[in-house]
Write a protein that binds this ligand. Structure first.
Ligand SMILES: [Zn+2]
Length: 319
């Protein structure tokens, strides 16, 4: 239930409780996960809170409410959850949703859909969603969850109330390697193991060196990829994690540029300054998108040399 999130997401929690209690909920919410591991649970709890006729946010208080009960059993027909099918959220999934929601509510007066992984909307499904959002029907509420809102159409974002979740608080600290490990692993043992491995510290230095080299030398980096990169990152998992580290580095550079809090690279502020000075806000956003897209390709066994060539060339396109 929503009350479970009071301490971890105090600001968003308060915003939602107050808006619903004042009867002023939005037709569409965009939940930015910021790496918060329970983003989906949070969204589900929010949906439940919206559905519950007693507006109960605490399970123990809500008895004899068929809505809460059926949501728990995953049997509530007025709640639809959409997740990527394969690499994308497809247009047909949105069409099916629209068809389902064109029928009148059987129970209560609300219908809610949650789109988990909204950054995976492609051009045609984005357009379907946009049309759906543009003609808000009474009682239909959208909850979009995304780890990267910059992958969504501006026109979609502008129709949503954006809620930015906090990263898992207990994991945040001043040590970059610990922060990065917490992006890869959920339990403390794995994180400790990762941090205590000297090799990971070394790899992080190589990743930062690579990005700095690229920012200084741009497309010339192509010639030095072997020396700068290829001998250190060979395994698929290694590559994927390295791309996540690059992604977080650019995200923090964007945070620096926007004067927002630094989330991961707290002990590399000089590097963040250097990158943010070399880039405009737009080029940082484009670079973040390039890295996310290419990181997906690692899952599909792209050749590592081709991957790095593509990275440099596509980053160059963002300048
Ligand atoms: Zn209830």
């Amino acid at each position: 239930m929503l009350d479970d999130f009071i301490t971890e997401q105090p600001i968003v929690y308060k915003t939602l409780i107050n808006s619903v209690k004042n009867g002023k909920y939005s037709h569409a919410y965009l939940i930015e996960t910021n790496g918060y591991s329970k983003s989906f649970d949070f969204s589900l709890a929010f949906a439940k809170f919206l559905f519950c006729p007693n507006s109960y946010s605490n399970k123990s208080k809500c008895i004899n409410c068929s809505q809460c009960l059926n949501i728990d059993k995953n049997e509530f027909i007025e709640l639809k959850i959409i997740e990527p099918e394969g690499q994308w959220i497809k247009k047909s999934q949105l069409e099916e949703l629209q068809q389902d929601f064109s029928k009148k509510s059987v129970v209560g007066n609300k219908k809610i859909y949650i789109i988990n992984g909204a950054e995976k909307l492609n051009v045609s499904s984005s357009n379907s969603l946009l049309k759906f959002l543009e003609e808000p029907e009474d009682g239909i509420i959208a909850i979009l969850i995304t780890e990267n809102k910059y992958n969504l159409l501006d026109t979609i974002i502008s129709r949503c109330q954006v809620l930015s979740l906090n990263k898992n608080k207990n994991l945040l600290c001043e040590n970059t390697l610990v922060n990065i490990a917490s992006e890869f692993y959920n339990n403390k043992n794995d994180i400790d193991l990762f941090v205590s491995d000297e090799n990971n510290k070394f790899k992080l230095e190589k990743i930062i060196e690579f990005v700095k080299y690229y920012e200084e030398n741009k497309v010339k980096t192509l010639v030095y990829i072997n020396k700068l990169w290829s001998e250190y990152f060979t395994e698929k998992e290694d590559l994927y994690n390295a791309f996540t580290s690059i992604l977080l580095l650019y995200k923090d550079s964007l945070n620096d540029k926007l004067n927002k809090n630094i989330e991961i690279y707290n002990d590399y502020l000089d590097v963040l300054k250097y990158i943010s000075n070399k880039n405009t806000i737009n080029s940082l956003i484009s670079k973040i998108n390039v890295i996310i897209d290419l990181r997906e390709k690692i899952k599909f066994n792209i050749n590592p040399n081709m991957l790095m060539d593509k990275l440099i060339i596509e980053l160059e396109g963002c300048e």
